[in-house]
Write a protein that binds this ligand. Structure first.
Ligand SMILES: Cc1cc2nc3c(=O)[nH]c(=O)nc-3n(C[C@H](O)[C@H](O)[C@H](O)COP(=O)(O)OP(=O)(O)OC[C@H]3O[C@@H](n4cnc5c(N)ncnc54)[C@H](O)[C@@H]3O)c2cc1C
Length: 328
């Protein structure tokens, strides 16, 4: 009863908020007496959809000219600055049950695209077996943001600094996309590492919806960690982030996975760094691994950090993480 009540109250409230926000984004106040005029072109949303099934959503997406809204924590601020341009149809996907939930079957964890950062943090499975992902959630913004921000939105926003992307790369995750090109739902899956093209750009076709993130469960002995550095300890976008995963035994790492955020146009895996570390006495290869990491990143200077500072952060924090893993 409580859940039903909350749902009934929350959905119209959210739709009202979306509409109010869109009105704000569409119109900017002109000098007194002047007519309201659009702030960003083309931004006029003519149709608002809130499908209740994957079937309805993929049908609506067939035209391709649809803006997808999940938690809205990227889309809404971006619509204000003009970075996001709405299509004539705005589709709120939050009522689609097929996009929710975390489950495990045959050694694969399936995370619905609408899973929020809070829900990831509350999952015992994520905490115990995909700990770097849990740690990234623990460093993610504030409680309010975590309650709204979804994993699908983090992936589709494709920020080089997206916090969940780095651990998801470490875990060799796959992205499942659904569309309805010929009247029936078709699904394709691709490795997350191939999904990102450039800042804000992915291989998702305009008629596709990200439905699930599939994460192969690593071996029980596999350990993983995530570290994010920002100019403030909380509520900050990463200046750099590092994800590390491996099995550690006898002073050596095997099955090594290293990923970096905010040091290239997309979040990246670092195969040369991984190769330098794989299966050799850790103490002897740390310097070679740090040199490989420096060669694999291509950071820029921006308001959050200079290129030099980002390189120093990667070098020093990766060293610290490796020292820590070596003590296991
Ligand atoms: C104050 C603040 C702090 C933040 N802090 C952090 C932080 O610490 N770490 C971090 O990584 N991010 C942070 N963000 C960014 C943002 O919260 C995340 O990227 C979040 O995960 C986006 O999810 P969402 O559901 O809100 O996406 P939305 O804003 O709804 O959508 C983002 C993009 O993805 C598309 N999209 C969403 N879902 C789907 C889907 N299933 N299929 C296809 N396309 C889809 C949308 O069309 C849009 O282009 C912050 C944002 C704000 C405003």
């Amino acid at each position: 009863m409580t859940g039903w009540y909350r749902l009934k109250r929350r959905v119209p409230c959210m739709e009202r908020k979306v509409n109010e926000h869109l009105q704000g984004a569409m119109m900017q106040r002109s000098p007194p007496g002047a007519a309201l005029r659009p702030a960003v072109e083309p931004v006029e949303v003519k149709t608002y959809l809130a499908p209740r099934s994957l079937d309805e959503a993929t049908e609506a997406l067939r035209s391709g000219a649809v803006t997808i809204l999940a938690g809205g924590t990227d889309l809404m601020p971006q619509s204000k600055t003009g970075r996001a341009r709405f299509h004539p149809t705005l589709m709120n996907i939050r009522r689609i049950p097929e996009l929710r939930g975390i489950s495990e079957e045959f050694g694969v964890v399936r995370i619905g695209a609408l899973t929020t950062v809070t829900e990831l943090m509350e999952s015992a499975l994520i905490r115990s077996r995909l700990n770097a992902l849990w740690q990234a959630c623990d460093h993610f913004a504030s409680d309010q943001l975590r309650n709204a921000a979804t994993i699908g939105g983090n992936i589709c926003n494709a920020s080089p600094a997206g916090d969940l992307l780095v651990p998801l790369l470490v875990f060799d995750s796959q992205v499942a996309l659904a569309s309805k090109p010929k009247g029936e739902i078709t699904t394709r899956t691709m490795p997350l590492r191939d999904f990102f093209v450039a800042p804000g750009r992915t291989r998702r076709a305009p008629d596709e919806l990200v439905t699930t993130i599939e994460v192969p469960l690593p071996d029980e002995r596999f350990i993983s960690a995530f570290f994010k550095f920002g100019t403030r300890p909380a509520l900050d976008i990463s200046a750099i982030s590092i994800g590390l995963g491996a099995t550690s035994a006898d002073g050596m790492l095997t099955n090594v996975r290293v990923a970096f955020g905010a040091v290239a146009p997309t979040p990246i895996r670092a195969p040369q760094t991984e190769a330098a570390l794989e299966g050799r006495p850790l103490a002897a290869v740390i310097e070679a691994a740090l040199a490989a990491a420096d060669a694999e990143i291509s950071p820029i200077s921006d308001i959050r950090a200079s290129e030099w500072y980002r390189r120093e952060l990667i070098r020093n924090i990766l060293r610290e993480m490796l020292d820590h893993v070596g003590q296991h």
